[in-house]
Unconditional design. Sequence first.
Length: 266
Amino acid sequence: MKLKIYQIDAFTDKVFTGNYAAVILVDEWLSVTLMQNIASENNLSETAFVKTLDDNHYHVRWFSPLCEIDFCGHATLASAFVLFKEKLHLTKISFFAEAVGDFKVSKCNDGLITMIFPMMMPKVVDYIPADLLAGLSIKPLEVLRNNQAYFAMYDNEQDIMQLKSDPVILKQLAPYDVVVTSEANKNSDYDFISRYFWPANGGEEDPVTGSIHTGLAPLWAKRLQKNNLKAYQASKRGGILQCIVNKNNVKISGNAVQYLEGIINL
């Protein structure tokens, strides 16, 4: 069996930055074991498997090196980039994922790809887990949570940049991951910044996490009193996300660039 594979850097316009994802287009689903083995072998943040439902409607599944993931933004961006590249007549497509349902993606004239996701606004927790406090080197001002992660809120950008995490301790928070975030500095090009730790589901720190911005964007939209936001995920690779918060959804846009195209031999 031969499978064509693309490796895409998402939420960036330069290779070696943003978040990397593999994209594999399939006619029929491979076994879960095989898809997981491929994702583990790729050892990227995610590997997306995309099955055609019709000309512009696709079923997508995402696998980290450890497990299948319910929702992944950057690998969706990477998948859309590949589909728009392979099918030049398309400017709009829709994806289906079991945990998310149907959602739309469009190619913009300026090169950005825009994804429309359900809003996943976090809520303040009644109890802050001891493992969360022990796993972060700086104590957060406030903690919220949605169905994906704990949101640790900080006073300033310096805290986010200097913070260290203990993946062994944070792993005990499974199935939840941890995002740390603050308003950006006043002279910054961005409205807010974040970092994302997910030792329970993928790795120590994710380079850029599109899915968590379905919670971050409405959270900061409410606090900053603005619905059009520019976000920076401050990992070593870094990534830029344009976010527009509407009443019932979040539009997340970003660039992507292809790093490689190859063949998997099985």
